[in-house]
Ligand binder design. Structure first.
Ligand SMILES: [Zn+2]
Length: 148
C-alpha cells in the first residue's frame, strides 16, 4: 500500500513537470527577474517572453527580440515558447501569434517587436506604425539596426 502511494505521488510529480508544463504559461515576477539574453530586469509586461528549457525551467526575456536571438543562437526553435499579447497582456504560444516589427515602438531592448493574438489587430497596428506583419519563423531578433 505504501509503495502504491509512493508510485502515485511520483506519477503526480512527473505529470506536473512534463505533461502540463508545455501548456502552462510562465509566471514572471516583474521588476525582479532578469532577461536570459541581455540580463536586464524584466519590467514591461507588453514585450516579454519565455522559452521552456529541456529541464522544464522557463528562461524569461524582457524583449521578444532577445527571445528570438536566444532561440536562434542556441538552436531552440523546437522548444515551447510564450509571448505577451500587446493588447490583452495575456500569454500566447509563440507560433500562434502575429508579430509587428517597427522602429516606431520602443521595446526594452529596441527590437521593436509587438505580438498580437488577432490578425486584424496586428494589421491595424502595422498600418499605423509602418512595419510588416511577421510570423515567428520570419522574425529577426536584435535591435532595429540589425533588421533594416
Ligand atoms: Zn533582454
Amino acid at each position: 500500500m505504501r509503495r502504491l502511494f509512493a508510485g502515485l505521488a511520483l506519477l503526480a510529480v512527473f505529470s506536473g513537470c512534463f505533461g502540463a508544463r508545455d501548456s502552462t504559461p510562465p509566471k514572471v515576477r516583474f521588476g525582479q527577474e532578469a532577461c536570459a539574453e541581455c540580463h536586464m530586469i524584466i519590467d514591461d509586461d507588453r514585450f516579454c517572453g519565455a522559452l521552456l528549457g529541456e529541464d522544464g525551467v522557463y528562461l524569461k526575456f524582457d524583449d521578444i527580440g532577445c527571445m528570438k536571438r536566444f532561440e536562434d543562437d542556441h538552436r531552440w526553435a523546437s522548444r515551447p515558447g510564450w509571448v505577451r499579447d500587446f493588447v490583452s497582456r495575456g500569454w500566447l504560444k509563440k507560433e500562434e501569434v502575429y508579430y509587428v516589427q517597427t522602429k516606431n515602438v520602443l521595446t526594452p531592448m529596441g527590437s521593436g517587436i509587438a505580438a498580437f493574438k488577432e490578425r486584424r489587430a496586428a494589421e491595424d497596428f502595422a498600418a499605423k506604425e509602418s512595419g510588416p506583419v511577421l510570423s515567428w519563423a520570419n522574425l529577426k531578433g536584435g535591435k532595429n539596426e540589425r533588421v533594416r
